[in-house]
Design a protein around this ligand. Structure first.
Ligand code: SAM
Length: 227
């Protein structure tokens, strides 16, 4: 039976690509890439010469049908995103659901993701946590930040660099100056940074910077957590 492979790719350091991920991509009949140009760097480096097609948030519904057709013709299809685990704040979920519904085999090749990398690196409790992904830009944003502030357990948020200070300011209003957080920036890359401490201090640090660049995960301790 044809298989849908969900293959995790590095979140910055290309050395984090697993042997099994490479083998699976070399064996797949076609590879669905979030951005074929971005993935070509990785695919070339590991000599993976398979047909690719684009599979991103704007064509996801239509391309899921295409993927199901390929599986029905007996082809093994692999999905990769630009970085990390497909389906985690990236396309993937709809294809996995459709494959299960149609009775195809689904196999995930585990690997890097920014969520668990930041969570573990934060040194904040990771026995239980809530993943909030990207917060909505406008409607519902404040409510979600309030929910994070009220949470008894650790929360994890994906945030863009240009919205980081605004996010921390709002969080500061709801969660207060003393809340412990960790901002994980550029994980696994040359300028990786873990900025951990009281919200007040971390906010002041970013407010004082002339520019904030790179990819960011914010980990926020639960409201009653103390060290
Ligand atoms: N699928 C990915 C994963 O498994 O983590 C997430 C894709 S999402 C479109 C991209 C976001 O993930 C970034 O905006 C950032 O919040 C986070 N991210 C990805 N790579 C990162 C890195 N190297 N360092 C910090 N955050 C990262």
């Amino acid at each position: 039976m044809a298989t849908l492979y969900i293959v995790a790719t590095p979140i910055g350091n290309l050395g984090d690509f697993s042997n099994r991920a490479i083998e699976i991509l070399q064996q797949a009949d076609q590879i669905a890439c979030e951005d074929t140009r971005t993935s070509s760097v990785l695919l070339q480096r590991y000599e993976i010469n398979k047909p690719v097609f684009s599979f991103h948030q704007h064509n996801e519904h239509h391309k899921v049908e295409h993927i199901m057709n390929l599986l029905s013709s007996g082809q093994n299809i692999a999905i990769i995103s630009d970085a990390g685990m497909p389906g985690i704040s990236d396309p993937g979920f709809l294809a996995v659901r459709a494959a299960h519904q149609k009775g195809y085999r689904v196999e995930v090749i585990p690997g890097p993701d920014a969520l668990t990398t930041a969570l573990v690196a934060s040194g904040l409790p990771c026995d239980r946590f809530i993943f909030e992904g990207f917060l909505p830009p406008k409607k519902g944003r404040q409510t979600r930040i309030q929910t994070i502030a009220d949470s008894e357990i650790t929360s994890v948020v994906y945030e863009s660099p240009h919205k980081l200070v605004r996010f921390l300011e709002t969080l500061h209003q709801f969660a207060g100056a003393e809340r412990l957080i960790c901002v994980a920036r550029e994980l696994t890359k040359k300028f990786e940074e873990l900025n951990r401490g009281k919200l007040n201090d971390i906010l002041a640090d970013y407010q004082s910077r002339s520019a904030i660049k790179g990819e960011i995960v914010v980990v926020i301790a639960g409201k009653n957590y103390e060290e």
